[in-house]
Design a protein around this ligand. Structure first.
Ligand code: MN
Length: 218
């Protein structure tokens, strides 16, 4: 029957559309606001909505001042996501501020749930992302300029200058998630077996242990 075939085709198209939507960003919201109840024990995809809300649930001064960059990498990411601004729950957006000391690096990492777009507040950065075909897209960006890191791709920013740098980063997720490659592999708990990392990186297990020591969970 032609109509049965047509129905089957429509069903397949609907499934593809639904699958495509859910794979593109955070799911659509079903009401005006759903301020996250971060203390709730109920687990859902996102956070359950709390009942008493105010303008403060949608406010933060978290990114107003530079973060402290006196750490190993010489950079600090301050996340203004749903965990800090509960009003962001179900809205599919968030911001971060990233500060870089001279020589500071935001090491190679990925965001599993979001594309990132950065705007340089001041300073100059060497940035880049790497495609799944292992092609690097490098760029030097300075004050007032923007750069995009496509969802899920490994990327980094480095301040090669002699003065501090800072960016505002926007994400199409209320909680983009971050996996820093070096920390993920060498600082996991329980640890990734030495022989896995030795084979993966083509180095000795002694060298693996040396790197692991530096990324040991504090
Ligand atoms: Mn990033």
């Amino acid at each position: 029957m032609a109509s049965a075939g047509f129905c089957r085709m429509l069903t397949i198209m609907a499934i593809i559309l639904v699958a495509g939507r859910s794979a593109s960003a955070d799911p659509d919201m079903l009401q005006d606001i759903c301020v996250a109840d971060l203390a709730s024990a109920v687990k859902v995809n996102g956070f359950v909505c709390k009942s008493n809300t105010s303008a403060d649930d949608f406010f933060s001064a978290l990114l107003a001042n530079p973060g402290a960059t006196n750490n190993t990498f010489g950079s600090l990411v301050t996340g203004a996501n749903v965990q800090r601004i509960p009003g962001l729950n179900t809205l599919g957006v968030s911001l971060s501020r990233i500060d870089y000391a001279p020589g500071g690096l935001n090491p190679p990492h990925t965001h599993p749930r979001a594309t990132e777009i950065v705007f340089v507040l001041y300073g100059e950065l060497e940035v880049g992302f790497i495609t799944t075909a292992n092609v690097l897209y490098p760029k030097i960006i300075k004050k007032g300029e923007i750069f995009v890191f496509p969802r899920g791709l490994v990327h980094f920013q480095k301040n090669n200058g002699t003065v501090p740098a800072a960016v505002i980063a926007a994400f199409n997720s209320q909680l983009p998630g971050t996996q820093t490659i070096s920390t993920t592999l060498f600082g996991a708990s329980p640890p990734v077996p030495d022989n896995v990392l030795s084979k993966a990186f083509q180095i000795s297990t002694f060298e693996v242990q040396k790197i692991k020591f530096r990324f040991a969970p504090k």
